[in-house]
Design a protein around this ligand. Sequence first.
Ligand SMILES: Nc1ncnc2c1ncn2[C@@H]1O[C@H](COP(=O)(O)OP(=O)(O)OP(=O)(O)O)[C@@H](O)[C@H]1O
Ligand SMILES: [Mg+2]
Length: 342
Amino acid sequence: MLASVLNAMLDGVLLLDGAGHITYGNAAARRLLLVGAGNDAADEKQTTFVLPDERLVAIAGRALRGETLDETLELEAGRRTMRVSAAPLDGGGVGAVLVLHDMTEARRLDRVRQEFVANASHELMTPIGTVRALADALARGGMEDRKAARRFLKQLRVEADRLTALARDLVDLAQAQADELQLELRPTDVAEVIATVLERLHARAAKADVSLEALWEDRPPLVLADAARLEQVLLNLVQNAIKFTGSGGKVTIATETHGAELLIRVSDTGVGIAEADLPRIFERFYKVRGATGSAGGTGLGLAIVRHLVGAMHGEVTVTSEVGHGSAFTVALRRADTNQAVV
Ligand SMILES: Nc1ncnc2c1ncn2[C@@H]1O[C@H](COP(=O)(O)OP(=O)(O)OP(=O)(O)O)[C@@H](O)[C@H]1O
Ligand SMILES: [Mg+2]
């Protein structure tokens, strides 16, 4: 019974005898540490384990000499963070027990959160600083010069709009992360959603002198989706496509049936994305340096897209060629196939 309890634990437990040999390791300990280094992690019977790091050996040695200690180690060249508690076995000098707690994921989440707060604050501080400077300029005589005052007020508006966009993105992102767990998916007509998106972005494309059109041979099959969320996804992708495509360029939305999935592809003939940036553009706040002019957004759009598509059990991928254009593909499950949906 004790063995099953120990094997059900997420923390690793190791027992050492007086000579420092490992006499027992529960399943978690084998998983956490004892892979490689001549150990077979799957073999429960194997008792001749080797500790894979000399700092662990040192901790074990101190516990064997009677010390109780608690240390955090960076293992595998910093890829892994492990908290190690060690103590001598009760009953005098016969061995030691080591408890291993894997903190890698907790540390990573902590870092992501810190970065997010730092980025969000930075994005907020820039427009706030400008608002402050404009207010100062107005207070220091700017109001007497009516022409300058009007210009300052116009800039104030631009900054207010920027703050509004950021706030909206942050709310959307939080919502998308919540949706990831609880969207209700219904058979949805993609053609209708695309038509709405085209209608909403028609004027923007015209203003940017970018042609915007939808292409499909037959009416695409229904997909399992949330129409409003899918619209938000396509709005983001098409807005990006317009934004990163110069005057005279072309943006196309096309659908393609692919087995049990429907692919919705937004392609543009724009600036493209370098291969080194491709894996990062879905990160929150990531923007390709120099790609966006002063009209640039906050870098949250694609993070929202990825969360929403994930919430619809789909996948979003991208291919791109610098100078030639990009294609973002959203794959969603068709509603008309019998394939099981997890
Ligand atoms: N169609 C595209 N062509 C070229 N680069 C793109 C395209 N779509 C996205 N990118 C790059 O990926 C980055 C991240 O896109 P994302 O939509 O997340 O942010 P954004 O458009 O800059 O801001 P936001 O969407 O929050 O207003 C962009 O800043 C841009 O560098
Ligand atoms: Mg965007």
